[in-house]
Design a protein around this ligand. Structure first.
Ligand SMILES: Cc1cc2nc3c(=O)[nH]c(=O)nc-3n(C[C@H](O)[C@H](O)[C@H](O)COP(=O)(O)O)c2cc1C
Length: 172
């Protein structure tokens, strides 16, 4: 029997999906790793999710063409750097493909996995890659958390992304 429902793959345009899912407000992170030549790499990402507490797992969804994803595949580790409201310029800088030039101006140190940890971010979650999973035009990378660090500044504000634009937290 023919379904009365429209085919989900043809009825939903990327623009419609981006618009609708953009109402789900998120934080903004820079996900970092190390390229094959040893140089630091990073990309702005908001498709970042806590997955499991025991074992400690998180996931990041990367565009399959991402240079950072290629480095994560080679290096086998990455760090999620959670941006503060004052870091909009970092989000913009790391949203450029192959943002190597940015690194000279960005304070960072290398964590135990070698992945760059950005200075003064709200939190850093450093991971070793556990799984790579297919996700359409993206790839889901599941990381086992090996180290975490969070800001002790209770007044620190996160950078948010909502309906395709940066936003600020308004406490309830
Ligand atoms: C707020 C924001 C969130 C983003 N989230 C993601 C994401 O979750 N995954 C992704 O692959 N790209 C995301 N992007 C786009 C990448 O940052 C952008 O494509 C970047 O150029 C990729 O760089 P790379 O190829 O050097 O890794 C986001 C961009 C912005 C501005």
């Amino acid at each position: 029997m023919e379904s009365a429902l429209p085919s989900p793959t043809t009825a939903i345009s990327p623009a419609d999906l981006r618009h609708a899912i953009g109402h789900f407000a998120t934080g903004v992170a820079v996900v970092t790793s190390v390229a094959a030549d040893g140089s630091p790499v990073g990309t702005t990402a908001n498709a970042v999710t806590s997955l499991s507490l025991d074992p400690p797992l998180v996931l990041v969804c990367f565009d399959r063409g991402s240079h950072t994803l290629a480095a994560v595949r080679d290096h086998g580790a990455f760090a999620i750097n959670v941006l503060a409201a004052a870091h909009e310029h970092l989000s913009t800088a790391f949203a450029r493909r192959g943002a190597q030039a940015v690194w000279d101006a960005v304070g960072h140190r290398h964590g135990d996995t070698g992945s760059p940890r950005l200075r003064d971010v709200l939190a850093t979650v450093e991971c070793r890659v556990e799984h790579h999973l297919p996700g359409g035009d993206h790839e889901i990378v599941v990381g086992r958390v090996v180290d975490v660090e969070a800001s002790a500044d209770e007044a620190a504000e996160p950078l948010l992304f909502y309906r395709g634009a940066y936003a600020r937290l308004v406490p309830a």
